[in-house]
Design a protein around this ligand. Structure first.
Ligand code: ACO
Length: 319
């Protein structure tokens, strides 16, 4: 039988144990719980202490494999979406591959910042649809706390660390129905993190963002790409059970839901506890909704994310 779809058969996530509340941040940043929660919806975030990006990815990978009772030896590929890899090389994916015991399988990282997981899912889906790969593990893992400038209160309060993973397999039933990916390099200065160079002391690696300009572009582009993904799939908003958006700001999420005419009860919102975990944000939210019984097998789910690049992507899936 022809296997033209990628189906999600496993899902897992991992958050480093250290929780940092808004009040904790206000001890060393000129901010308040009131400002952060009312402007963004964030109450707390998890931060790594000694863990690296690959440690979070490894834990999420193990949980996804466990959820499907699936042996790592059967994996054909591992794709990790990250913008905070441990090293310039080797990739986080190669580190995870070795540690979970998936020796030999194709492994690489994808860098599309907050939209990275959408990119990684799109690539995995194409690899499976092309018929060359059967079982692909897709991970989003980030240690965004390492990119924070604690003097920049408008940005450093927004991010957190974590990882989420999905295990895809070839099947004759969907699965991933449609994926749409876009980028526009024109707005580099609105959202970027320069490279840390040991030879150039005046270059710092902190994330810089013009939040209010990004806000408007994010709402607009995420609304449009959902339309595009649904049109490509010949589906309407009414057929959706869940919206799983990038967790950057509650007000952005509410604006997208309003555009879709989707009640907030059908929108997965985890920003209060996770903050913005970049490429890990959507799989973390998806996994928590599966675990607390909201998203069930057979539900139509639309994922959407937006981030530095600028990049944005959307993926429609029957879970
Ligand atoms: N605590 C207290 N006051 C603050 C803080 C803070 N942490 N940060 C900013 N302020 C102040 C500002 O100084 C300003 O004061 P002023 O009016 O006296 O000058 C005031 O609050 C308003 O600042 P704005 O930046 O206009 O606040 P805004 O309502 O736009 O919210 C925010 C800022 C939360 C960043 C919002 O614009 C946002 O969420 N943007 C989108 C983020 C996003 O989606 N990014 C994409 C993904 S991220 C990635 O790809 C890595």
């Amino acid at each position: 039988m022809q296997q033209n779809y990628s189906r999600i058969i496993g899902i897992g996530s991992y958050l480093p144990p250290k929780v940092v509340t808004n009040d904790d941040l206000a001890k060393f940043v000129d901010t308040s719980d009131e400002w952060i929660s009312s402007r963004t919806g964030i109450s707390q975030r998890h931060f790594v202490e000694t863990e690296k990006c690959s440690d979070l990815a490894y834990e999420a990978a193990k949980n996804a494999l466990l959820s499907a009772d699936f042996s790592a030896e059967k994996l054909d590929a591992i794709i990790v979406a990250t913008t905070t890899a441990d090293k310039v090389f080797p990739s986080v994916a190669c580190n995870v591959q070795y540690r979970i015991g998936a020796r030999g399988c194709c492994s690489f990282d994808v860098q599309a910042v907050c939209a990275g997981f959408m990119y990684a899912l799109g690539i995995a889906d194409s690899m499976i649809k092309a018929g060359q790969y059967k079982n692909v593990l897709v991970i989003g893992s980030e240690t965004m706390s390492k990119l924070m400038d604690w003097e920049d209160r408008s940005t450093c309060v927004l991010f957190g660390d974590g990882a989420g993973a999905m295990l895809l397999t070839a099947d004759n039933q969907p699965g991933i129905i449609s994926t749409t990916l876009h980028a526009d390099g024109k707005h580099e200065e609105l959202l970027h993190a320069p490279i840390i160079s040991p030879r150039n002391n005046d270059t710092v690696g902190y994330l810089k963002m013009e939040g209010n300009k990004i806000f408007k572009i994010a709402v607009n582009n995420m609304g449009k790409i959902i339309d595009e993904t649904l049109t490509n799939a010949n589906m309407s908003y009414q057929e959706l059970d869940w919206l799983i958006p990038h967790q950057a700001n509650t007000r952005i999420i509410q604006s997208i839901a309003k555009k879709l005419k989707m009640p907030m009860e059908q929108v997965i919102v985890t920003i209060a506890k996770h903050a913005n975990t970049s490429a890990a944000s959507v799989p973390l939210a998806f996994d928590s909704a599966v675990r607390n019984g909201k998203i069930k097998k057979g539900d139509n789910c639309i994922m959407v994310a937006f981030g530095g690049g600028l990049t944005w992507g959307s993926c429609l899936v029957k879970y």
